[in-house]
Write a protein that binds this ligand. Structure first.
Ligand code: F6R
Length: 248
């Protein structure tokens, strides 16, 4: 893991947006597609704002971009205000020229019988487009990446999981109460994430400093899934000073 520390989350987000834009342009010059793995939550919002800004200024097209989102609550209707489909549309997809068929977000609206095959197909789709070039991640207080909660294994793949109590508590205010937060989610696995050629994990604020310290400097273990990223050859942690403040 390489740690890159910026003065604030705005500067950090701009640097990540620039890196994503460079990849997209490089792939355009080569006449190929850029495959992005995307996260939701508060952390990547400014990155998406910058990408939208680049597009509006006429500096960046997403015609050659394919995206795969990490996760979605289960069950979840796509048009619910809480869905990650809605989040991605509002923060990114509605404002850029990406082809709708190139956008992939796990479907939270499946029947139980359909989930297993759906998850296997999600993995296949990622493989069929040649794998993920850049995977963007946030990190949860439990050390989750995607919704790979403590106990997730290094080789885990896209699947239905049970959310940790801490994660549901963190989401409670968005859902107007913990009891309204779905108990499960579909998430890419740790193994799915580890297969990306480049991983960029972002974290802002003091609240993330302790889990960042564990992820970067702690022993690699299933109880802190983000520690698995220490095994990845090309993984940057892009932090603001507060999130980096517990690193030795
Ligand atoms: C979201 C995701 C989660 C979040 C994490 C941090 O798609 O996969 O792992 O990145 O829960 O959330 P925020 O950014 O809201 O602190």
């Amino acid at each position: 893991i390489r740690t890159i520390i910026h003065g604030d989350s705005d500067a950090a987000s701009l640097s990540v947006a620039n890196e994503i834009a460079s990849l997209i342009k490089q792939k355009q010059e080569q006449g190929t597609k850029a495959v992005l793995g995307l996260a939701t939550g508060s952390t990547p919002v400014k990155v998406y704002d910058y990408l939208v800004q680049f597009h509006k200024e006429g500096r960046l097209s997403f015609k050659n971009v394919i995206t795969f989102n990490l996760d979605e609550y289960f069950p979840m209707e796509p048009d619910s205000i809480h869905s990650y489909v809605r989040f991605m549309n509002e923060h990114l997809f509605d404002h850029i020229d990406i082809e709708p068929h190139n956008v992939h977000i796990p479907d939270g609206n499946l029947s139980m019988d359909e989930v297993r095959k759906y998850c296997d197909d999600y993995e296949e789709k990622i493989k069929n487009v040649g794998g993920i070039d850049i995977q963007v991640l946030g990190i949860g207080r439990t050390g989750h990446i995607g919704f790979n909660e403590p106990g997730s294994t290094l080789n885990s793949k896209t699947r239905l999981i049970r959310l940790d109590r801490v994660t549901r508590l963190d989401a409670a205010s968005d859902f107007f109460g913990e009891e309204n937060v779905p108990k499960r989610a579909i998430t890419m696995g740790v193994g799915t994430i580890m297969n990306a050629r480049k991983i960029i994990l972002m974290a802002w604020g003091e609240g993330k400093s302790s889990i960042i310290q564990q992820a970067v400097e702690g022993e690699i273990k299933e109880s802190v899934p983000a520690t698995f990223l220490q095994h990845h050859e090309n993984c940057d942690f892009v932090l603001d000073e507060a999130a980096a403040s517990s690193l030795t």
